[in-house]
Design a protein around this ligand. Structure first.
Ligand code: SAH
Length: 232
């Protein structure tokens, strides 16, 4: 069993991180691996409905909306969602989501970006339809390892038949750091998504940063894969 298999982060711990400003995962710039592989996710299409699981306040959402795509994100932290719209100087309003008790949706006034504030596992294609593209950075690697099968089933159910799902994974020695982010191997990915999707490794980069040293790590590899639904 993997060293990290039993680690569980409660939703309240994520909310605490936002309250305390411990959001080292947030990047102020568009993610390089998304930028490099933009064509793979968009594929020349216009106005693609894009999904961002566990979106935080990723600036990538604004970047893609500015290109004419529509973005739906899911994030538990209301503080994080409000910071997104404020950081990006986007006017927004909030509405209840009748189908998910307790949830709210925050929508930019231009309607291009909607962020659902709820537990991801309460979300489904009944809420905002299916998607033509998915950008998964800090999501598959952030969820509790025991929830991965549930996560994969949900993500596959959100893909339309021509969906292009770009996922970033991290590889490091899981004996040295408890996560999150968690280690996700190619084998993990195949076990989770291989039944429903074709999986192609697009890029592999050295992702080692100073903060990883303080985590006790010596190396960190970031990989980006393209998942596409298998032909029916
Ligand atoms: N993708 C973002 C954020 C990564 S950190 C980025 O790359 O910057 C993971 C985020 O998921 C946190 O903001 C946390 O609050 C949120 N989160 C964790 N578990 C969640 C869940 N089950 N449902 C909704 N949001 C969740």
């Amino acid at each position: 069993m993997s060293a990290q298999a039993n680690r569980v982060m409660a939703l309240s711990e994520w909310e605490d991180r936002w309250q305390e400003g411990k959001i080292g995962f947030h990047k102020p710039h568009v993610h390089k691996l998304l930028e490099n592989n933009l064509d793979k996710i968009i594929c020349g299409r216009k106005s693609v409905p894009l999904f961002f699981p566990l979106c935080g306040k990723a600036v990538d959402m604004k970047w893609l909306a500015d290109m004419g795509h529509t973005v739906v994100g899911v994030e538990i932290s209301e503080k994080g969602i409000k910071q997104f719209f404020e950081d990006q100087s986007l006017a927004y309003h909030e509405e209840p989501v009748p189908a998910i008790p307790g949830a709210k949706v925050f929508k930019s006034t231009d309607g291009k970006i909607s962020i659902y504030q709820c537990d991801l596992y309460k979300f489904s294609s009944a809420i905002a339809g299916k998607f033509g593209g998915i950008w998964d950075r800090g999501a598959l690697v952030a969820i509790n390892p025991c929830d991965r099968p549930k996560y994969a089933t949900l993500l596959v159910s959100l893909m339309d038949s021509n969906c292009r799902y770009l996922v970033s994974t991290l590889e490091y020695n899981p004996e040295l750091y408890k996560g999150p982010p968690f280690f996700v191997s190619e084998e993990n990915l195949n076990n989770l998504f291989g039944g429903a999707c074709d999986i192609e490794l697009l890029q592999c980069v050295d992702g080692f940063e100073d903060k990883h040293k303080t985590w006790g790590l010596e190396s960190m590899t970031e990989k980006v894969y393209l998942l596409t639904p298998k032909a029916q």
